[in-house]
Design a protein around this ligand. Sequence first.
Ligand code: ZID
Length: 229
Amino acid sequence: GKRAFVAGVADDQGFGWAISKALTQAGAEVILGTWVPALNIFETSLRRGKFDESRVLSDGSLMEFAKVYAMDAVYDSPEDVPESVKTNKRYAANSEFTVSEVAAKVKEDFGSIDIVVHSLANGPEVAKPLLETSRGGYLAAVSASTYSFVSMVQRFAPIMNEGGSFISLTYLAGERVVPGYGGGMSSAKAALESDTKVLAWEAGRKHNVRVNTISAGPLGSRAAKAIGF
Ligand code: ZID
């Protein structure tokens, strides 16, 4: 079977969970990367059976994750993590959560990977129209939602098996005007779509892997509800 790493699962409501379930159902082993601030509650809920109904597979068994890593995709390596974050209670309880460290741990624990799913986004000013978005909010949206994918392809492509596949999730607002998808999130998706093509070309040649993005339909995830979609 294939081995998949899915980044961006912190409950059973989003695309990452649904993709994990479909992959498990298809016989893949699924490893998760979960955002540091959400990790504790996710693992507690998982352990206490809060997601058990959503874990049921077609044969009646429950979906299991091979491992859940703490991850924050806005940091590439330890030196990028600011002191204030390092000492934050939630972050201090975890270590090796930057993209390069997570990739190194996946390599150490599993050797190689076949599928990497990027199912994460964050735009602190998403509720503000672009016309009112700050530079900080805009750059934060692109950092969390787009560069995070570039960073993951950089670090995971070298541990990927031949013909492996990267996939991310985009949204139509990167191509057309969708009022309400602000804070630089439309910019982040436009960049993600362009980066997908460039990364497919570059990583395809260098590592013989595929890079794609799927423009998703609406799903009542935590992220979508937060912006009133
Ligand atoms: P989700 O909340 O389940 O997943 C987002 C995850 O990102 C969460 O688990 C966060 O903890 C995690 N995260 C945030 N920041 C970081 C970080 N720095 N490091 C690591 N993890 C982090 O929401 P989701 O399933 O909606 O989002 C998954 C992907 O789908 C994102 O790329 C979305 O942009 C994308 N997507 C979602 C929707 C939707 O409807 N839910 C749409 C399109 C794309 C969409 O907005 N009509 C209207 C709206 C839409 C489609 C059609």
